[in-house]
Write a protein that binds this ligand. Sequence first.
Ligand code: DGL
Length: 264
Amino acid sequence: MSKKNNSIGVFDSGVGGTSVWQEIIKLLPYEKTIYLADSKNAPYGTKTQNEIIALSEKNTEYLLQRNCKIIVVACNTATTNAITHLREKYNVPFIGIEPALKPAALHTQTKAIGILATKGTLSSALFDQTKEKFAKDIEVVEQVGTGLVELIENNQINATETTNLLQKYLQPMMQENIDYLILGCTHYPYLIPQIQRILPENVKIIDSGEAVARQTKKILTQNDLLTTSNVKPLHEVYSNASIDTLKSLLKDVDAIMKIEKLDF
Ligand code: DGL
């Protein structure tokens, strides 16, 4: 039976991957989606690679049980640590997300770029390889965003603690005169208004959400898996912890969705 009208499965360690999910439903408005926020186990960024693989498998297996036709790993940490393994183990297309080093390295004028990401992403072999490939002659100021994922999970985006941490993390980058800041964690786009208040105007802030949506469309097209529906679907959004933050982050999203707690 054709899988065309099955859902796109999306998962993240928590609520952050909805920044990617929002790009996907904008670009593919008739595709059904199932989003999993593994908030009970967030953050992934401080876990070992084996732990991240095990959690990514658990999320994938739920989405496969629900017959998802493609899986978007909307988490840089899970992508850089587990996607190779997932692709080997499961027979479904996977789309991952990685920090946008390439466009930043290509366009920087000051030859200095900043990246804010989790420890798990910055210490991964995949990140090292990408850096070596695209940003060899560029100064890359790396910063682990310790504490930021937890604050976003707890709906503390505008808290003083969040501002203070951002100031601390961005200061060394400004000293190096960066002109690009890469958000290497899918939670961080929700901090953009805050970050903009700290950084000078000339610094461009980039993330990979839109590119992931385009890649998802491309792979669905190549595999002849685009939906045949032309009706706006019901999106299923689940968290295995509190759904308060999801509700608050998605309150202005123009889509039909149910946001519920689910054990997975
Ligand atoms: N959204 C995840 C990412 O992109 C956050 C990782 C974490 O839970 O630490 O890396």
